[in-house]
Design a protein around this ligand. Structure first.
Ligand SMILES: [Zn+2]
Length: 71
C-alpha cells in the first residue's frame, strides 16, 4: 500500500526550480506532480495528494474527469 504524498506543483517551486518539500531540483525529486500517469489523486485537508496505483487483478477503471476547480 502506498501512502499519500503531497502533490507539488511546478508553480510551488522556487525561482531556481527546486521543490519546496525536498529542496532539490523538482525534476529529480520524488514528489508527484498534478498530472502523473499511474497515480490517483485525492484532496486531503484542501491539499492535493497523490499515490501510485498498484491495482492488479481488479477491473480496469476508466478514468473519470471531474471538474475540481472549486476554491
Ligand atoms: Zn520534492
Amino acid at each position: 500500500m502506498t501512502s499519500w504524498q503531497r502533490v507539488v506543483f511546478s508553480a510551488d517551486c522556487d525561482e531556481d526550480g527546486n521543490c519546496p518539500m525536498c529542496g532539490i531540483d523538482y525534476a529529480e525529486c520524488g514528489c508527484p506532480g498534478p498530472t502523473m500517469d499511474g497515480y490517483e489523486y485525492r484532496w486531503i485537508n484542501n491539499v492535493l495528494h497523490a499515490r501510485s496505483i498498484e491495482d492488479d487483478g481488479s477491473d480496469a477503471q476508466q478514468g473519470t474527469k471531474r471538474a475540481s476547480g472549486r476554491g
